[in-house]
Design a protein around this ligand. Structure first.
Ligand code: ZN
Length: 96
């Protein structure tokens, strides 16, 4: 599995699916990888649940530029976890 440091995405191919960069390196267990997107309402409880299981989780606000500009609440979070936890967390997110 390869890893794009620009996007924090782990991918099978030699090219990042998001930015198209080809200079990828091998992913390590501790790399934070994008695993999905959750509604803002679910983000905080997801993070709490994961951290209670000892899983580090980073939430990045994700929303339209207009919302950001006017400082309105953003719609959703992008969720990043360490690669070693990514399969498990991806399954959790799919159930939400
Ligand atoms: Zn990339």
């Amino acid at each position: 599995m390869n890893f794009c440091e620009g996007c924090n995405i782990a991918c099978e191919g030699e090219r990042c699916p998001k930015c198209g960069r080809k200079k990828l390196r091998a992913v390590t267990d501790d790399d934070f990888c994008l695993v999905g997107k959750v509604e803002r309402l679910f983000g905080d409880s997801l993070k709490e649940n994961l951290e209670s299981e000892g899983i580090d989780c980073v939430l990045m606000p994700y929303g339209s530029g207009v919302n950001a500009k006017f400082a309105l609440p953003l719609e959703s979070y992008l969720v990043y976890v360490r690669y070693k936890h990514s399969d498990k967390v991806r399954r959790i997110i799919e159930k939400i």
